[in-house]
Design a protein around this ligand. Structure first.
Ligand code: ACO
Ligand code: LMR
Length: 609
């Protein structure tokens, strides 16, 4: 295994769909001026595909595969796997990766990997001459080249710790949290980090402090080594031996944390699984003393760690060993939009205005009425229409009128245009939405779509003071059939009971119904010409709706004019008739009716016209 694990061209496979960690790796690439993203692809066992992610100021797609094998096959240059698998599958996936020829380094993030498996993993890596970092680690970073996952934290911290370009210091610790802190200490006291690795706090890591110290010893660009040991275990004594055997000749500043353990009753367990002194020589004090005696540079306490690092660095600069790395200005990383909004750094004009409902609070509100109240306070669909269409809590009789309109428009048998088209579509095997659409699309000025026209024209004529006769003549002169008048089958002698009942409801419940009275006068005249020229259901709904708006006391004149002119009343027919159309569609599907073809005796072939 070569001492250098990472270069500026290193690319990694990320096992686990860790979107934030991936974004942080690519932001690090941007800080370092990498042109090749350090994340080659993602292994996501639940699905393959692509993941869109920022790369500097732009966006790129990162491929996603279900298996490690597929990832390696598509990305043969990727030689690192950052393994986010949980402790349950971290061992198997790491072993699988180690046996992929192209993979040279596996970083295992998971905590809780069983010790027996950790030892097998470490042994397998050694046998294969490959590197395992972790388990239970945040990973590591090679300044200016490659960052593993969330190491070193945010972009600002990366810049503050000068990690966007290589310095002269090789660093290794057990602790991920402390490694981030030490990157900052090193940046403040030297020309910065060359590489930093956190091996993880477990008792049997895939690679040891000494493994990485010896790598730094072999890398010419590393001029001094800084390390952070930990109470518990005997790893630091292997460093002592290496110092005595002159395997380590570069200045090594090292501190073993946990000296405070002497203030606790014996056997205190610190955060890491391996951080407990099982014997006297495993205490931090014992280890610090042995390291110092072997020639390492050991501060008196962690407080002096930075000072000793700085003194060591200055000596190396003075004797020409270190030529301080120049500062490199990192590009400013654009702030994510969501973050900028959250911090109040930017404002964005909205593109939508919505005033009728809001689902962003604890619960959905229809025009400020909580859905719980809508459901539990006896409100009905009429109230809901009032709230969502007109932003009003309408009086009960108005809500009842709306509900009556919905009920009586729900259906009028299979022969009418809407039902017919829907039935034909259903028998053509169309889905229910397409069947609904085919039926609904027949609603227009002659069928079901005259409610608005009736309201507008009768209101205009009434407010203009036209007598019913003048109104009829006026519309005739314009060549317009009066919307709301006329029916194909209903007539004076075959009254439409829907209209009969709606009129009775209005007469009984509305304080006034002047426009209905006016319309009935019109009907008296039109039916003299032809019995089918009755006030039809569209006309009755539209005209009575105007009476409702005027008599309810809930609407200003401007609001009433706006509602009528806007043309929203046909919606009542659409909502109501959708119920019946669906009924016909389900009926046809229930009956398993075959494709419909119009019978020849329904068609007059007059091709010579
Ligand atoms: N206003 C004035 N005159 C009319 C009207 C009307 N609304 N409807 C028909 N007429 C007249 C016609 O001008 C024609 O007169 P003419 O003999 O002097 O030429 C005569 O009555 C017969 O006209 P047709 O179009 O043959 O009547 P039909 O019964 O086929 O029309 C229809 C029915 C389409 C509903 C028609 O009355 C109409 O267009 N009404 C206005 C639109 C409307 O209200 N539609 C909703 C209907 S209800 C519903 O769909 C739920
Ligand atoms: C309907 O409600 O569909 C009808 O009034 C129209 C019709 O022709 O019956």
């Amino acid at each position: 295994m070569k001492p250098e694990l990472f270069t500026k061209e290193t690319t990694a496979i990320i096992y686990g769909y860790q979107q934030k960690a991936i974004q942080r790796m690519l932001d690090f690439d941007y800080a370092c001026g990498r042109t090749v993203p350090s994340v080659a692809c993602i292994v996501n066992p639940s699905r393959d595909g692509v993941h869109k992610v920022f790369f500097g100021k732009g966006e790129i797609l990162i491929p996603m595969y279900k298996t490690i094998r597929a990832a390696c096959a598509h990305h043969p240059k990727a030689d690192v796997m950052v393994n986010f698998a949980s402790f349950r599958s971290a061992f198997d996936t790491s072993m699988e990766a180690l046996h992929e020829p192209q993979i040279k380094t596996v970083c295992v993030i998971a905590e809780g990997v069983p010790e027996r498996r950790e030892r097998i993993l470490a042994a397998e890596a050694k046998k294969l001459d490959k590197m395992v970092i972790g388990p239970a680690t945040v990973g590591g970073v090679k300044a200016g080249c490659f960052k593993i996952a969330n190491t070193a934290g945010t972009y600002d911290n990366i810049i503050a710790s000068k990690l966007n370009r290589p310095g002269s210091v090789g660093f290794v610790s057990k602790s991920g949290g402390l490694s981030n802190e030490c990157y900052n200490i090193i940046a403040r006291n030297t020309d910065g980090l060359y590489e930093g690795i956190a091996i993880g706090g477990d008792a049997y890591p895939g690679s040891t402090l000494l493994d990485h110290i010896l790598r730094y010893q072999a890398i010419p660009e590393v001029k001094m080594i800084v390390a952070l040991g930990e109470i518990g275990g005997s790893e630091e004594y292997r460093i002592v031996e290496a110092l005595k055997n002159k395997e380590i000749t570069k200045p090594l500043v090292i501190w073993v944390t946990g000296t405070c353990s002497k203030m606790f009753p014996s056997g205190v367990q610190f955060g890491h699984a391996g951080a407990k002194a099982g014997a006297a020589n495993e205490t931090a004090d014992a280890k610090n003393a042995a390291l110092k005696e072997a020639g390492a540079l050991v501060p008196n306490s962690f407080d002096d760690y930075g000072i000793l690092i700085n003194e060591t660095y200055k000596k190396l600069v003075a004797d020409g060993t270190i030529v301080p790395a120049p500062e490199v200005k990192a590009p400013v990383l654009p702030m994510d939009y969501e973050q900028a909004v959250k911090e109040g750094k930017i404002r964005k004009a909205t593109t939508f205005i919505a005033t009728i409902s809001n689902e962003k609070g604890d619960e959905l509100e229809y025009n400020h009425v909580k859905i719980s109240d809508v459901l539990n306070c006896g409100l009905g669909i009429g109230n809901v229409i009032g709230l969502l269409w007109f932003k009003k809590q309408l009086p009960a009789y108005c809500c009842r009128f709306l509900e009556n309109a919905l009920m009586l428009t729900a259906d009028h048998g299979p022969a009418v245009s809407g039902a017919h088209n829907a039935i034909v579509a259903a028998r053509a095997g169309k889905d229910i939405i397409s069947c609904l659409a085919s039926g609904i699309l027949t609603i227009g000025p002659r069928f079901g779509g005259a409610i608005d026209g009736a309201a507008q024209n009768f209101k205009r004529a009434y407010e203009a003071g036209l007598t019913p006769d003048q109104f009829i003549k006026d519309m005739k002169a314009k060549g317009i059939n009066i919307p709301g008048i006329g029916h194909k089958v209903k007539s004076v002698n075959n009254p439409d009971m829907r209209v009969t009942n709606l009129k009775a409801f209005v007469m009984k419940n509305f304080k006034e119904h002047k426009l209905l009275d006016y319309a009935l006068e019109v009907e008296k005249i039109t039916t003299q010409k032809k019995g089918t020229l009755i006030l039809n259901v569209d006309g009755c709904i539209g005209i009575c709706f105007v009476d409702m708006l005027m008599s309810s006391g809930c609407f200003t004149k401007e609001e009433i004019d706006s509602i009528i002119d806007m043309g929203c009343l046909n919606a009542l027919f659409v909502i109501g008739r959708s119920i019946g159309i669906f009924g016909h569609v389900f009926d046809q599907k229930r009956l398993k009716q075959p494709l419909y073809r119009t019978p020849y005796d329904e068609i007059a072939y007059m091709t010579d016209l």
